[in-house]
Design a protein around this ligand. Structure first.
Ligand code: ACM
Ligand code: ZN
Length: 777
């Protein structure tokens, strides 16, 4: 009897074992598991109510064909063994693009409030299919009610810095659709290449679409590859992309950049510049290498922000841009049209007689108001064509155009200000959704820097607490931006978006109360298998061995922690003398708990599976001084995107010698000072104070103007003990005290360079200040 029961259990188990574990991302609003499975096989057919649901059926069929090797017949005749797509069409107001999904042993029905809703429901079905190839696909019985949190769920792609083939643009749109996202922001023009055919201005693509070389490696680069690089999309190709996206309920928003980021257009038509005869090379950063022709206007070969922008004083500029839009608008049915508006230096406008005359004639008090004038003219034009203007948050400066929507990228402040003025907002803050930033602290490919890991993306809430409920309605949603300076091929694009885009999809679709990081981590394991099925490249940073440094209890030194989410690994570590190269083949120990670090040392950690070492060891050198691991506070916090481990970063024993490739070791202060007070815990004899800093002018990071040091025995009354402004060869400010003194508290005030002088990158803006470590000896 007992063995018979066992047999029945075994049988029922193996009957169901093929059904996919339910693992849907983004997480549906409500999901009830039923009993049994629907057997999807070649004999199943798809039933649509009308042509509006045909794209959903087509998408499913192409997915089935690609992943499982078969297609299903499509008809309008209901029957048994069917998957039915049935759009209710507008019975609910307002339309949400929600859907109802029912799978039973008899059949599946997917019923959207709109055609888009049905399409999203079909994506849910795809996620209920097994992740292994089979001919009989068991879909678990389930009942789902679902609807998105936000109406704008976007992904951006920069095709100017690097150009991607049409086939990949389509694949990118598929990825958007498969994440139930619905906007594709196509960044088509920039300094390094104009990428859309404009028939009236053929040189935009024959000249502006090509550059004579590209810097090698991370800015400012180790040289220039000297290779002609470029490409563009014809208007027919653009139409193909837009139609492809429409069939996936994805709206394509074109971006035509103005008035800045205009070098490629100017290279094609120099008269668009305030100074048509000034060669581009004369604006080129001195620390980057140029290739080819140095005369006249050229397409840029490095990254950054360039002074040569569209002249706001010439009518010709506005006529040109209207002509361009006259060809762009018919290609893109999107109501919103992006005109850029970011990072427009005002240096040329300041010295251009025509720009100055324009300001005088229109009573504009400064160049920010001239930029606002520029955008407002373009907005009027777009409005006459029935379109809405959207621009980066700089379009707030000098006054927002009356109907404009704002894409908030420099944090959320611009989005908050716009929503409070009752303008529509799409949130794209660098801190959470810049997918060109590194997603791991162990990144071994070149990225632009920054650090936005998966959990950070997942934790993002596009509605900032500063907005009340009425204002929050102006936040349409959010979007991740993918700038392509360091994305030379499509595999790298995939690596940067996955799995962060998967996390973002849940941020945008799922109500916050229904989200859970722990639950997402579990569902992510299935998503990784889907990526494998799709032959998609993705980052494994989630599984990386992670190291972190913390102050030891009682601020007595440091502790070094290692963690891995990879199942069944053993973590090992080895400590050696400072600066000594680690040989991991001998003398290592099994890691059980955080390692106390009490003096200067080099430590390496890695994980193993059996006898195999899984990763390049994480090697960390700690250099101890009197401040290491001590309590430290900051008068002004660093900028969010360079916040690292907060003030503790300054005394964590890690001196960054790798520059921006180890951006996480720095605190970055945007226009402000690094004003830190260290508590040594007891009266201590002190001889010398050192601050470790960085300069990288192209990204507006400048050495500090000075460091002033104060001491105190009570933490209340401080006395200055000296100032220095000499930067040493080791990129430090060093202040030896005239005589050793006894103190408990030390205030180290590292002063920002302030407003960047004319002629240097970022002129007129306040400099960034980067500090990685403070030393007390
Ligand atoms: C931007 O990242 N410059 C919008
Ligand atoms: Zn001008």
């Amino acid at each position: 009897m007992r063995s018979f029961l066992y047999l029945i259990l075994l049988l029922s188990f193996s009957l169901c074992s093929g059904a996919q574990e339910i693992s849907i991302i983004p997480k549906p609003a409500s999901l009830k598991k039923g009993t049994g499975v629907f057997n999807l096989s070649k004999s199943t057919s798809l039933v649509i109510q009308d042509e509006g649901d045909l794209p959903a059926a087509e998408f499913l069929n192409s997915y089935l064909e690609q992943i499982y090797g078969f297609r299903l017949t499509v008809s309008k005749t209901p029957g048994i063994n069917t998957i039915r797509f049935y759009t209710k069409k507008f019975i609910k107001a307002p339309e949400t693009d929600g859907y109802t999904f029912e799978a039973t042993a008899k059949g599946i029905s997917v019923s959207g409030d709109t055609y888009a809703g049905t399409f999203h429901g079909m994506q849910t079905l795809i996620q209920l299919l097994p992740v292994t190839k089979a001919t009989l696909l068991k879909v678990p019985a389930v009942s789902i009610q679902d609807a998105p949190r936000f109406g704008y769920r976007g992904m951006h792609l920069d095709v100017s810095r690097h150009f991607f083939p049409l086939s990949f643009v389509k694949k990118y749109i598929d990825y958007i659709a498969m994440h139930k996202m619905n906007y594709f922001h196509w960044h088509l023009t920039d300094d390094q290449g104009w990428r859309i055919e404009i028939k009236k201005y053929p040189k935009l693509t024959t000249v502006g679409g090509w550059r004579n070389g590209t810097i090698i490696g991370r800015y400012p680069g180790t040289g220039n590859d000297g290779l002609k690089y470029g490409g563009f999309y014809t208007q027919d190709e653009v139409k193909e992309v837009v139609a492809y996206a429409a069939a996936r309920h994805v709206t394509v928003v074109p971006e035509i950049e103005m008035p800045g980021h205009a070098s490629a257009a100017i290279a094609a038509y120099p008269d668009l510049s305030c100074f048509p005869t000034e060669p581009t090379k004369s604006f080129f950063p001195k620390d980057c290498t140029w290739a080819g022709d140095t005369t006249g206007k050229q397409v840029q070969q490095t990254w950054g922000v360039f002074d040569d922008v569209f002249c706001a004083g010439k009518e010709n500029t506005f006529n040109f841009l209207k002509d361009v839009l006259d060809e762009v608008l018919p290609l893109f049915p999107s109501e919103i049209v992006h005109v850029g508006g970011d990072e427009c230096p005002k240096a040329n406008w300041k010295r251009c007689p025509l720009c100055q005359q324009r300001m005088k004639e229109n009573g504009l008090k400064d160049e920010h108001e001239l930029q606002s004038y520029f955008i407002q003219r373009m907005e009027k034009y777009l409005n006459t064509k029935g379109r809405k203007l959207i621009g980066w948050d700089e379009i707030l400066e000098g006054g927002l155009a009356p109907n404009a929507a704002v894409m908030s990228w420099r944090g959320e402040a611009g989005g908050i200000a716009a929503a409070k003025q009752h303008h529509e907002v799409v949130m794209t803050p660098t801190d959470y959704v810049y997918f060109d930033y590194s997603q791991t602290t162990n990144e071994d490919s070149v990225t632009i820097g920054g650090y936005v890991n998966l959990e950070k993306v997942y934790g993002y809430n596009p509605i900032p607490p500063a907005l009340n409920a009425a204002e929050a309605k102006y936040v349409l949603g959010a979007q991740a931006n993918l700038w392509s300076e360091y994305l030379k091929n499509t595999r790298k694009v995939e690596y940067m978006i996955f799995p962060r885009m998967t996390a973002l999809s849940e941020v945008l679709w799922t109500q916050p109360a229904n989200k859970s990081w722990a639950d997402f981590e579990k569902r992510l394991q299935t998503q990784f298998k889907r990526f494998d099925r799709w032959n998609t490249n993705y980052s494994r940073a989630f599984f990386d061995l992670k190291s972190s440094v913390l102050p030891a209890p009682g601020n007595n030194g440091l502790i070094w922690k290692l963690e891995s989410k990879q199942p069944s690994v053993q973590i090992r570590y080895k400590q050696s003398a400072p600066g000594v190269e680690t040989d991991i083949t001998t003398g290592s120990q099994i890691y059980k708990t955080a390692v106390p670090i009490k003096s200067s040392t080099t430590i390496a950690g890695w994980s193993t599976t059996g006898t195999q070492v899984n990763n390049q060891p994480i090697v960390q050198e700690f250099r101890f001084n009197l401040a290491t691991g001590k309590k430290v506070t900051l008068a002004t916090p660093p900028a969010n995107k360079y916040i690292s481990d907060g003030a503790f970063t300054l005394v964590n024993g890690i001196q960054n010698e790798k520059g921006m490739s180890r951006a996480r070791e720095f605190l970055g202060f945007e226009g402000t000072d690094c004003d830190a007070t260290i508590d040594l815990g007891k009266l201590t004899t002190v001889k010398e104070i050192t601050a470790h800093t960085l300069e990288q002018r192209g990204t507006w990071i400048y050495y500090p103007s000075a460091m002033e040091v104060f001491v105190s025995s009570d933490g209340k009354s401080f006395k200055s003990v000296g100032t220095t402004s000499d930067i040493t060869a080791q990129k430090t400010l060093n202040l030896p005290l005239p005589a050793p003194l006894q103190t408990r508290y030390i205030r180290v005030w590292v002063k920002n360079k302030g407003v960047i002088p004319t002629g240097l990158p970022g002129a007129d803006h306040r400099a960034w200040l980067f500090v990685d470590e403070l030393e007390v000896r």
